[in-house]
Write a protein that binds this ligand. Structure first.
Ligand code: HEM
Length: 405
C-alpha cells in the first residue's frame, strides 16, 4: 500500500522530534481571525469570498487520488519526466482523467499579459543576484516558521530528502525568472502544473501518516497563499527595506510572474492579489500573524544551514548563513529558530549591507562600506550564485511521491 508503516515512521524519525513528537495542531498554527480580504482586490476583481482555509483543490484532488489508488506511479512519473516545455503535448499513455486535468490546468488565464511578463523578466534580470539569496534565506527560511508548511514538509518525503527538495524549489525560483517562463519554449507552466499535482498527492498521502491528524487536510488555499506571500510579498518587502528603487512597471511585472505562478499552482484567481498594496494587505492578515517556530521547523532550518554546501564555498558556512537569516528575518524569528548570534557577521550585515546595496544600485551620496566589507559581500553573492548554478545543472524532475517521510 501507499501508507507508511509504523516501523518505517519510527526508523525515519531520528531527529529532534522522533516518533513521540506527534503533531499538536491545536496550537495556533493557522489564521485565527475571520477572513475579511475582499475578492474585489483580486486579479479578477470578484469571487465568492469563501475563507480560503476551507478550500483545497477540488479540480485536482479527486483525479490525483484516483490515479494514486489505481495507477502505477513509477510509470506515471516516467511519463511526466518527458513533459518539460509549455507548448509540448501532454505525454501519451497518461490516464485520461489526468490528461484532461493537465490540459485544463495548463491554459493561460484571460488576464495573462505579455507586456507585464516582459517587465517581470527585466526585474529578474536586474535583481537576479539578490533574488537567489532572498529565495533561500528570506523565503526558504521563512517556510520553517510557517507551522502548516513546516509540518507538511517535515512529514512528507521531502522532509527526509531536503537537498533534493531545495534543488527542486530552486528550479522553481529559477524558471519563474526566465525570459519565456510562460511562453511556448519556457518551462514554468509545466513546473507549476506538476507542482499542483504533487500538492494533490501530498493531500492524499499525508493523512495516511501516523504522525498526521486525519481530520486536517494539508495545503489549503490559505496555506498556498501564505507560502506565496513568503515568496513574492516578502521579497518585495525586503527590497523596499533595502531602499532598492524599482521602476513601477518592473515591480508590476514581477508581481505578474507570481500571479501567474499562483494561478498555475491551482490558487483560485479570487485569492490572487491584483496589486502589491493588496498583496501587502492580504499578507498582514494571512502571513504575519501565523509566523511561529515549531520543533519541525527548527529542525528543518538547521538542516538547511547544514546542507554541506560545496566545501570550497567558505562563505556559505552555517554561521554566516545563520547571520544572513537573522539579518533578513529579524531577531525574533532567528532566536525562535535557535540560530546562534554571530559576533562578526551580525554587526557587519547590520551596518554595512545597506550602504553596500546602495552603492551597487548607484544611489548617490552614500558613504560606501569598507573595502573589506564590500569584498566579503560581493564574494558571498558570487559564491551563492555558484552554488545555485551547480545545483541547477543536475537534471531535476518533479515527481509524484509514493510515501511519506
Ligand atoms: C512540493 C513549490 C506551497 C508543501 C513542492 C514542489 C515545489 C513546490 C516546486 C516540488 C518539489 C519536490 O518535488 O520536492 C511550492 C510553491 C508554493 C507551495 C511555489 C506556493 C506558492 C506549499 C504549501 C505547502 C507545501 C502551502 C504545505 C502547507 C509541499 C510538500 C511537497 C511540496 C509537502 C511535497 C514534496 C516533498 O516534499 O516530498 N512545492 N509549494 N507547498 N510542497 Fe509545495
Amino acid at each position: 500500500g501507499l501508507g507508511l508503516s509504523r516501523r518505517d515512521a519510527l526508523r525515519a524519525g531520528g531527529g529532534l522530534i522522533g516518533a513521540a513528537g506527534a503533531l499538536a495542531l491545536g496550537a495556533r498554527t493557522a489564521r485565527a481571525d475571520p477572513w475579511t480580504w475582499s475578492p474585489s482586490g483580486s486579479v479578477v476583481g470578484s469571487g465568492g469570498g469563501a475563507d480560503p482555509l476551507t478550500v483545497w483543490d477540488p479540480e485536482a484532488d479527486p483525479v490525483i487520488a484516483d490515479v494514486m489508488d489505481h495507477q502505477d506511479i513509477p510509470r506515471i512519473n516516467n511519463l511526466l519526466r518527458t513533459w518539460v516545455y509549455n507548448d509540448q503535448p501532454i505525454p501519451d499513455g497518461l490516464p485520461q482523467n489526468m490528461r484532461d486535468f493537465m490540459e485544463y490546468a495548463r491554459q493561460l488565464p484571460s488576464w495573462a499579459d505579455e507586456a507585464k511578463m516582459a517587465a517581470g523578466f527585466e526585474f529578474n534580470k536586474k535583481r537576479g543576484t539578490y533574488l537567489g539569496v532572498l529565495y533561500a534565506f528570506a523565503s526558504g527560511m521563512m517556510a520553517n516558521v510557517i507551522p502548516h508548511e513546516a509540518r507538511a514538509v517535515y512529514y512528507s518525503r521531502g522532509g527526509s530528502h531536503l537537498k533534493d527538495r531545495i534543488a527542486k524549489t530552486a528550479k522553481f525560483g529559477y524558471d519563474i525568472g526566465t525570459v519565456n517562463a510562460y511562453q511556448p519554449g519556457g518551462e514554468m507552466i509545466v513546473t507549476c502544473v506538476k507542482t499542483r499535482i504533487i500538492h494533490a498527492a501530498v493531500r492524499h498521502l499525508l493523512p495516511q501518516s501516523p504522525h498526521w491528524p486525519k481530520e486536517h487536510t494539508p495545503i489549503s488555499q490559505d496555506d498556498k497563499m501564505v507560502t506565496w506571500h513568503s515568496l513574492a510579498t516578502t521579497i518585495m518587502r525586503t527590497f523596499r527595506t533595502w531602499n532598492v528603487q524599482i521602476p513601477v512597471a518592473e515591480a508590476e511585472g514581477y508581481l505578474h510572474t507570481w500571479q501567474l505562478a499562483g494561478h498555475f499552482l491551482g490558487i483560485r484567481d479570487e485569492y490572487i492579489p491584483a496589486t502589491w498594496e493588496q498583496a501587502d494587505a492580504q499578507a498582514k492578515q494571512q502571513l504575519d500573524p501565523i509566523i511561529e517556530a515549531t520543533p519541525e521547523g527548527i529542525e528543518l532550518a538547521h538542516n538547511l544551514m547544514d546542507l554541506g554546501f560545496d566545501l570550497d564555498l567558505t562563505l556559505l558556512s552555517k554561521p554566516i548563513l545563520g547571520a544572513f537569516t537573522r539579518f533578513i528575518l529579524g531577531d525574533k524569528i532567528a532566536d525562535d529558530l535557535r540560530i546562534a548570534r554571530e559576533p562578526v557577521w551580525d554587526p557587519l550585515l547590520k551596518f554595512s549591507w545597506g550602504p553596500f546595496v546602495a552603492v551597487r544600485e548607484g544611489v548617490m551620496g552614500v558613504i560606501p562600506p569598507t573595502a573589506d566589507a564590500t569584498w566579503l559581500f560581493d564574494e558571498f553573492l558570487r559564491q551563492f550564485v555558484l552554488w545555485y548554478m551547480a545545483e541547477l545543472r543536475m537534471p531535476l524532475s518533479i515527481e509524484i511521491p509514493q510515501t511519506n517521510r
